[in-house]
Design a protein around this ligand. Sequence first.
Ligand SMILES: *[C@@H]1O[C@H](CO)[C@@H](O)[C@H](O)[C@H]1NC(C)=O
Ligand SMILES: *[C@@H]1O[C@H](CO)[C@@H](O)[C@H](O)[C@H]1NC(C)=O
Length: 669
Amino acid sequence: MFSKLLVWFLLAIYAASKVDGGDFIYNGFRGANLSLDGSAEITTDGLLLLANSIQQKKGHAFHPIPLNFKPSQGKTQSFSTNFVFAIVPKYQEVRSYGTAFVISPSKEFPGSEVGEYMSIFNPKTIGNSSNHIAAIEFDTYRNPEFGDIDDNHVGIDINGLNSNSSAPAAYFSNMSGGFKNLSLISGELMHVWVEYNGLQNLLNVTLFPIHLPKPDLPLLSMRVDLSPIVLEDMYIGFASSTKTVPSSTYILGWSFKMNGQAQVLDPRHLPKLPRIGPKKKSKLLTIGLPVIVIFFTLTAISAIGLIVRSKIKFADVLEDWEREYGPHRFSYKSLFMATKGFRNKELLGVGGFGRVYRGILSASKMEVAVKRVSHESRQGMREFISEIVSLGRLRHRNLVRLLGYCRRKRELLLVYDFMPNGSLDKFLFNHPNSMLSWSRRFRIIKGIASGLLYLHEEWEQVVLHRDIKASNVLLDSEMNGRLGDFGLARLYDHGTDPQTTHMVGTLGYLAPEMTKTGKATTSTDVYAFGAFMLEVACGRRPIDPRSSADEGILVEWVWECLRRGRILAAADPKLGHDYEVEEMELVLKLGLLCSHPLSAARPSMRQVMQFLDRDAPLPELLSDGLGAAILAVGGYKGFDDLRLSYPSYLEQGFANTSSVQESVLTGGR
Ligand SMILES: *[C@@H]1O[C@H](CO)[C@@H](O)[C@H](O)[C@H]1NC(C)=O
Ligand SMILES: *[C@@H]1O[C@H](CO)[C@@H](O)[C@H](O)[C@H]1NC(C)=O
């Protein structure tokens, strides 16, 4: 029982020593169990640093337990090892000492000296056969006393440093079939194989650059029986030393196998060398870098410049009180982009309030019309903006939708739905070839009437348009008339001193009482609408300076036609006879009624709609006067109002009707 246990125990020890000592591989030494002393250390990168730049230092790194090189008959058995190292000099081409792979009965070298003694020997021990040390040296210093061939050689050393076999560092090139020199202190990674064949008593040392496969021929091949030198239990490891000249020796990987081929180190799995010493200055760095830096600096400066410029360029004015109008606000930049920088090519027209540009909003791809209105004063702007925004809530198919606004210094931008067919004005007067048929015109008149009715009576508050005219009527894609620019005239009211209120509107559309009071009312809107109706029906502008004196003022001329009993003579001659007589008569007479010099005589927009829809009969206009109309429409205002609103314009223009007016005034209720 006991003997069985002992056998198991011995077998376990044997297995352990075999696994532990006979075969290992380190791809980098992070966490490796090595016996280190002196300057030897394992860096955080997993490099084994044998000797660092500090002067006068020994460095040893050994496998911690001895290996059994002679398991039978006192004969050293075969072994194989390969490792990757680099000697990185602190100063280029300044030589230090070297490093060595060592097989030794001890892993400590208490009496060893640095420098040429490789931290293995000292002057007393060197050459003593009782040392039992075999080493492969990578010597970077020529010591004539040891018979060194040069300052860059590989040697096989037995018990001392007088190499038994040595050669300048080189590798056999399988390609060229010859040896190529290597520099041990180049800092380049060197791959080394040390292989001992115990049957042939052959020790081979092969050195080659890491990026190449193992050469077919070794650098050193020495017939030697290591049996007298190598004892049963031997330590293996590395020794290195520096003296006065600093350099660093790194081992990156190491594998060993007793009685077989060691595992081949894979350069891809090895840690990286740290960058040491001055970097080679490339052209890229010396010339390229400054150029790149200058380029980027200039780019950055110009980018900042552009940003600042665009900030200024696109600056819009946003005050706190405006924040509540958020959704209605457009940024100047977005409008600038939409109109391609307010290019002349995008200019749709120039109106009384400013230029109108076509634009496409980049976010929604929506086509819009952007009106740039200049304003000098900030006074009343807040009130106006809130009005604009509230107008933005107006929805009627005969109104051009106001989408929002943008405010800048001295400028207000209003964003409207885009009307592809432009203004009615152009169709009436500027397009001789694309004549509007009567049915179209009638439909447009009705549409505008319903839009104006919506403004006057159907929305939550009374909105005055203040500037109804053909050029403010826009045509959508289906040629429906839409009233634009509503409320805009208010800007001029707000923008100026209330003491010097000036009249807003367009000559020919201005109700006579406006010249006196300057005050817009629904009735003044109706007056302008009347002028508009006549304009559309007659194909003439309300005031045409080119016409003869009697025909110069449209309203007067239509009255004249009515008085002569030939009202249809006022119809647009371009229409020929292509119109509904009844509708034409209705429009002309209603136009006269709306543009009545007496505000009290004018119908409301609701009444206008009823007349146009023929839900109510149009009161018969007396050919010579106004009274009947007033009586028929009737019941607006007291007598005094009529007297007050009695227009001076009437006296001049309708001198021959003054008696009628008188009778109306006296005969009125
Ligand atoms: C060699 O080393 C041994 C043991 O340290 C010592 O006894 C011996 O005297 C040395 N031989 C010479 C020639 O120094
Ligand atoms: C290689 O090194 C040896 C010895 O250092 C030298 O004689 C030889 O010229 C070198 N060959 C080349 C190609 O540098």
